[in-house]
Write a protein that binds this ligand. Structure first.
Ligand code: FES
Length: 140
């Protein structure tokens, strides 16, 4: 009697474990995770002194990378740093004064417009405001 109980318990737990291994990934795929990151409307991207003319820096905008650029004229500009081709993170190239994507050679001008390579669309622009000793980047 004890042996039968043991074998039944072993088989039942195996069936339950197999069902969980099958249905858990399906449920995680069907039900998207709650994301508060898309609700982020503005972030601090550092201090004005941190970004020198003709340079760029990557900052975190919620769960996405952003790129903050100070032009040679001293103007601050910010964009999503996700390349519009296949989502690689772009970077600033001071020698060409362009935003480039190293993955497939995509190039964007300082207005975020795609000018060369495979990216099909411009980078998403953000608005930039200096408030006191802080650079605040917001969704447009
Ligand atoms: S991902 Fe940027 S050019 Fe392909």
């Amino acid at each position: 009697m004890l042996r039968r109980y043991f074998v039944n318990s072993l088989l039942s737990s195996g069936i339950v474990a197999t069902a969980a291994a099958i249905f858990y990934p399906i449920l995680k795929f069907v039900i998207p995770p709650a994301s508060a990151e898309s609700a982020v409307m503005s972030v601090s991207a550092g201090r004005p002194d941190d970004v020198q003319p003709n340079s760029g820096t990557i900052f975190k905008f919620g769960g996405e990378p952003g790129i903050l650029i100070r032009t040679t004229g001293g103007e601050l500009r910010a964009f999503s740093a996700r390349c519009t081709h296949l989502n690689c993170t772009v970077q600033y190239d001071p020698s060409a004064q362009q935003i480039i994507c190293a993955c497939h050679g995509g190039e964007f001008d300082l207005n975020g417009k795609n000018v060369a390579g495979p990216p099909p669309k411009p980078l998403t622009p953000y608005s930039v405001n200096v408030r006191g000793d802080e650079i605040v980047v917001s969704r447009v």
